[in-house]
Design a protein around this ligand. Structure first.
Ligand SMILES: [Zn+2]
Length: 425
């Protein structure tokens, strides 16, 4: 994928449909006001203002800011909110988009594989031109994440947009009576935040056995807001549980990983590659790769290993299999969620050795490599994602060390003191 800076830039560019319209709207609003005060026909001459803009302002003077912009944005020709059981072909068919176009979109999606991760509640918006050709397809995964396909010169470009928004920390604490889940939920943590806390501390405490009535917990959580609305994304910054008088804690450091107050890592280390032996790298990660012929941006979001078909793939870290599927271009592929912010993906496999929902441990065989989907030969395409973004698995800072270095401890301890204050511990 792209670096976060690029994402930021891309996002700035993203509302290119609406920003110029906003200017027009403001101009239009001003003009309307002027027109009301001085109803002269000259006022509307010499400026290109689309009539519907003025009408919208006139008909609904209560519309302001974002609402007005949304009211003015081009209307999709077909909008669908995913329900359980929907298939992609059905959705495209309902939108009136032919199968060949769907395959073109799927092909563009090879670098993101967004269509395979649509969930009930996600929204798709189809835009067509006068010839009923799909010109733009928007997938809304959340307020903070959108994937957009755009028709350019007869095929589709894909763009993944992450909105940064504002992150606001909040402190939540309480006493444990009944399960941790019930107590934390009463105190105001969401289900996903509670699961995250349990996942961060899973090596330190058994939440179903070790906790007892009267134990106390404190959490600092940072929540994302997009234009004032909670996006649902959040991060646990610190957690402290006083269990039978003893403090069990975790703090997120600037590297994104969790450590206890002494600077010991809480995540089990990852293996750098998901293979037992080393193989030649036949293609490196390159987030800015361009297609040699078309010049189109065609990022290579993974690392390719020249593995003969049938080579065993092992889980590089503990996790849960979140997807096993077949894709026209990615071939047979598997996705593993490793808790916290890590996810790995394995493409072009010949065989999966695991099922969706299965728990896997580091070093466990999960698949055999192959040559499925669109390939130029047998290989393993391996992706490592941090917080939903593909990174170079061969270079990224992934949890491989067990503790912070002496030089990191100074800033770490300063952060720990600040978090303890926020948690009141
Ligand atoms: Zn590859």
């Amino acid at each position: 994928m792209h670096s976060s800076d690029q994402q930021g830039t891309r996002f700035q560019r993203k509302p290119r449909l609406s920003v110029p319209q906003k200017r027009v709207l403001l101009g239009g609003g001003l003009l309307l006001a002027t027109a009301l005060m001085w109803p002269s026909p000259e006022v509307t001459t010499g400026q290109r203002i689309a009539l519907p803009l003025v009408l919208t302002s006139a008909v609904n003077p209560g519309l302001t800011g974002q609402d007005a912009i949304e009211a003015l944005a081009p209307k999709p020709d077909f909008t669908a909110t995913i329900s359980a059981g929907d298939t992609l072909s059905q959705l495209f068919e309902r939108a009136g988009v032919d199968q060949q176009t769907m395959y073109q979109v799927l092909e563009a999606d090879l670098t993101v594989l967004a269509l395979d991760t649509l969930q009930p509640g996600n929204t798709l918006r189809f835009y067509m031109d006068d010839n009923h050709q799909l010109t733009r397809l928007e997938l809304d995964f959340s307020l903070a994440r959108q994937v957009v396909f755009t028709l350019v010169d007869g095929s589709y470009d894909v763009e993944e947009i992450h909105k940064q928004g504002q992150w606001q920390p909040k402190s939540v604490s309480g006493d444990i009576y009944g399960s941790f889940y019930v107590s934390a939920s009463k105190a105001g943590l969401s289900a996903s935040q509670i699961q995250r806390v349990e996942s961060i501390l899973k090596e330190k405490v058994n939440f179903s056995r070790d906790l007892q009535a009267g134990d106390r917990f404190s959490v600092v959580v940072s929540e994302q807001y997009i234009d004032g609305d909670a996006s649902g994304a959040s991060e646990i910054l610190a957690v402290d549980i006083v269990n039978r008088g003893k403090s069990i804690n975790a703090y997120q450091f600037s590297d994104g990983q969790y450590y206890d107050a002494k600077g010991e890592s809480l995540a089990r280390a990852f293996l750098r590659t998901p293979l037992v032996k080393s193989y030649r790298l036949s293609s490196h990660f390159n987030g800015n790769r361009r297609h040699p012929v078309t010049g189109r941006l065609a990022p290579h979001n993974g690392t390719d290993f020249a593995t003969p078909t049938g080579t065993q793939v092992i889980a590089p870290g503990d996790g849960i299999v979140s997807l096993v599927t077949d894709h026209r271009f990615a071939g047979k592929y598997i996705v593993i969620d490793h808790g916290n912010q890590y996810r790995t993906r394995y493409l072009h496999l010949s065989k999966s050795l695991v099922r969706k929902g299965q728990r896997v441990t580091r070093g466990q065989p999960i698949a055999l490599t192959g040559n499925t989907g669109r390939t130029t030969g047998p290989h393993l395409h391996y992706e490592f994602h941090i917080n939903g973004r593909a990174v170079n698995a061969m270079k990224a800072k992934i949890p491989m060390a067990s503790r912070l270095t002496k030089s990191q401890m100074g800033s770490f301890q300063a952060m720990v003191s600040q978090r303890d204050l926020q948690m009141g511990v």
